[in-house]
Design a protein around this ligand. Structure first.
Ligand code: GAR
Length: 200
């Protein structure tokens, strides 16, 4: 059975690309990205998707109230019989109805070692805090902010001479490894959730 994936994006889409590449190379088997949805018209992620013949949808937040926006996302997810929803640099809160209906089937990538540095500009928060180790997290999405059960994490050192930009790039490299890996584990049925604990 093919796991049908939908991806929500807002920007560059390098994580989307990493997942597309993993599917193309056969590292992720029995999975297909059926639709990429963006809340930004000019998100480069949409171009990346089109390059692979993946359906794209731009949903303009100005045209809906919050509930209407999420209901429209839900309609699209249903239309594509979505099994797994991925947030890949999606900078908008997802409504509770989607989270409830897709419980344990929505993943997010966050550029910090959660539960540290939730929310926006996580790399900047970590850099300014002066941590010696930073990293990234793939987690299931629940109703809280970056608070769902953790699937995979990778850490990177903060090196002398680092800037927020060099640290961000070092973290992003690891994101591109763990997000496809988490998707692979999901598609192979290897993720079991026991309370807050995701057992692989
Ligand atoms: C990534 O670093 C991702 O972790 C982060 O946005 C970037 C998107 O890059 N997401 C968040 O901060 C969500 N809270 P991409 O568009 O190139 O994948």
């Amino acid at each position: 059975m093919t796991v049908k994936i939908a991806v929500l994006v807002s920007g560059n889409g390098s994580n989307l690309q990493a997942i597309i590449d993993s599917i193309e190379k056969g590292h992720i088997k029995n999975a297909a990205i059926n639709v990429v949805i963006s809340n930004k018209a000019n998100a480069y992620a949409l171009e990346r998707a089109k390059n692979y013949g993946i359906n794209t949808v731009f949903l303009d937040p100005c045209e809906y109230d919050k509930d209407g926006y999420d209901r429209t996302i839900l309609k699209i997810l249903n239309q594509y019989n979505t099994d797994l929803l991925l947030l890949a640099g999606y900078f908008r809160l997802l409504g509770n109805e989607i989270i409830e209906l897709y419980r344990n089937r929505v993943m997010n990538i966050h550029p910090s070692l959660l539960p540290a540095f939730k929310g926006l500009h996580a790399q900047k928060q970590a850099f300014e805090y002066g941590v010696k180790v930073a990293g990234c997290t793939v987690h299931f999405v629940d109703e809280g902010l970056d608070s769902g059960p953790i699937i995979l994490q990778r850490c990177v050192p903060v090196l002398p001479g680092d800037t927020e930009e060099t640290l961000t790039a070092r973290i992003l490299e690891q994101e591109h490894i763990i997000y496809p890996e988490a998707v692979r584990l999901f598609t192979e049925g290897k993720l079991k959730i026991e309370g807050r604990n995701v057992v692989t």
